[in-house]
Structure formats: C-alpha cells, structure tokens
Design a binder for this molecule. Sequence first.
Ligand code: FMN
Length: 354
Amino acid sequence: MSLFIIRIPADDPADNTRIESILTSALRDFKHRIINSISEMDPSQIPGSRLLFAVPLGKYGTNSSYTRLLYKLRSEPGLLEGCTSAILIDGESELYTKSTGTELAFALNAAGSALIGRPLVEGTGSLYNFRVQAKLLGVNNRGAYLAAVRDMIERLVKSVFPKQEKPNILVLHASSHRTSNTMQLWEQLSGRLKDSCEINEIGLRNGTVSDCSGCPYTMCIHFGESGRCFYGGLMQEEVWPAVLKANAIMMLCPNYNDALSANLTAFINRLTGLFRQKRFYDKALFSIIVSGYSGGDIIGRQLISALNMNKSFYLPPRFALLETANNPGEALAIPGIEGRMDKFAENIRNTLIS
Ligand SMILES: Cc1cc2nc3c(=O)[nH]c(=O)nc-3n(C[C@H](O)[C@H](O)[C@H](O)COP(=O)(O)O)c2cc1C
C-alpha cells in the first residue's frame, strides 16, 4: 500500500506557503511520494493506493490547477478505481474551504475512490475553525491544524473497511411507498439485495423525529452517555439502536428544494448525541437520490458533508444512485435504469460482503 500526496499548485506561489509547511511537518513519519498531478501516477499504481489531495485556495477560493483536476475526474469515471482518498484544503479567507472539499469529495467518489470517514481537514484563513481543538489539546490554532492533518493521514493509511458474511443495512426514508419515485427505485434495489443482506427499513415521516433542540454540549454528552437524547422518542428507542447494529445506512433522498427533506435532516441532526459517544468509521453510507429536474449532485454533497465529513461514515466508491424523474412511476421507466441498479447492487455487495 502506497501513500501519494497530490499537491495541487496554487495560481499565486505565495499561496502554497502555509499548506506546504503543514504537509512537511505532518508527513514526517509517513513513507510517501509527492506529485503535482494525478497524471503523474502510472494507472497500475492506483488500485490499493491511499491518496491525499492537498489544495491551496488563496484569498478568493479559486485554483485553476484544481479546476483541471475536476475536469479529469469527471471526464474519466473509472480513473480512481480501487483507491482510498482524503482531502486537505487551505484557504486565505473564511469561505470556500468546505464547499470546495465537498465538491472534490463528490468528484473523487464518482471517479471510483472510497473516502475514509472524516476525510477533510480545512484550514480557513484565520484558522479560527481550530479554536475548540486547540483549547482541548493545549496548543495554538496552527498546532491543532497540524495535529488534525497528522491524525487524518494516520487514519488514511490505516483504514480498512470491515466486511461481513451477511451485512445489516439500515434504510431510512420519509416518503410515501405509493407515489414516491425514490421509494420505487429502492423497492427494485431491495429485491436485488435481500438474499445476501439483512435489511431494516425505518420510515421517518411527518414529525416522527423532532429536529435537534441544540442542547448545550455538556447536556448532549450527559444524555448520550446513557443512550438518550433530550427529545427521546423514535430516534432514541428505534433509530439509534438500529444505527449501532447496521454495517451500512441507505438514505432514500428525494430532492426537495435542492436539499435533503426536513425529516431526513432531522435524523442527521439528532444523530449528534450518538456521535458524541461513538464514531461510525466502520459503517458505510449509501444513497438513492432522485430529483424532478436537476441538482442531484447538491444532495450528494450534502450527504457527504453531513454524514461522511461530519459524522464519520465511510464513503464507498460511487456511494449514490443519482436519477432524474418527476411524475409518480417515471423513475422505473428511465432508459438504462435496470443496468444501473444491477451495478449499484453489485457495488453494495462488493463493499459489504466478505
Ligand atoms: C417539496 C418538494 C420540493 C421539490 N423540489 C425540487 C427541486 O428543488 N428540484 C428538483 O429537481 N425537484 C424537486 N422536487 C421534485 C422531486 O424531487 C421529484 O418528485 C422526485 O421524483 C423525487 O421525489 P419522490 O421520491 O417523492 O417522487 C420537489 C418535490 C417536492 C415535493
């Protein structure tokens, strides 16, 4: 297994300074090779490799070499088959680091790369985003930045996703079985998986899960330690135990106003209490995403941001089936849908089954 650092050069060489010094210190104990572009890798080296993409964004959140990388990833969908990635983004403003991180993660994943849970470290211009970590570690913000990059590289190098004989998949939705295109695609996919996987479906419709009330950190920890949450209910009694048991979660996501629906968002917010007790590195995230018109990538990035980057779920290669359909029943008639569902089911089995 080899570690490659893909160090994307900034347009203004001055913008390379901080990211280079962080990388030099963070990589001290890791055997690695630094390259400036993915094209420098021999394609035979990619399967099994660990890739760290390091992107300086400067003051205005742009980088023309990064744009060329996006073009390459999107135009060569099999380019990163079999490798695992993580991302370091360094900016000079308070904006754009997270949005660029999710954009790159989505493109890497669609090109065939897995991403470890919590695959992004971002240094905002002021490094103010490290103030809590810095306080906990008793170091300054730069020290916390360096510690986060070191920790991420260590996780990247060591990560192995555990496979199971008969994996458990928790399916979460908030749609009507009768009319929803997203649900109809899931029913077809479920038929392809039910012999080899244990499937547990939970519906989160119409207020069955109240949104997070944003309790103070210590109160959230206090409730979480005894497996509880301030609001209790379905989330505490059924959903948390099901998440703990699952080897993968499957999010069924219709595009509602270019975002996840409110009920699914409430599930993710309310997962915070459990996340305070436990990391989800050994659980995979899959999704079916259906838009009436456009914007499936926005939902994909939202899921990556919330569940892979924030909540630490492992992102298997091509984690989502993305389709466009509007009127009830339309999804099952999309040209090529059967073949894409076969491939998606095979991808899920390859990720989860030993
Ligand atoms: C409240 C609501 C908001 C929607 N917003 C969008 C949107 O912003 N973009 C889009 O492409 N489709 C949008 N749609 C259409 C759905 O994505 C579409 O119906 C698709 O089939 C998935 O939903 P379904 O699983 O309920 O069928 C919206 C639908 C609803 C009910």
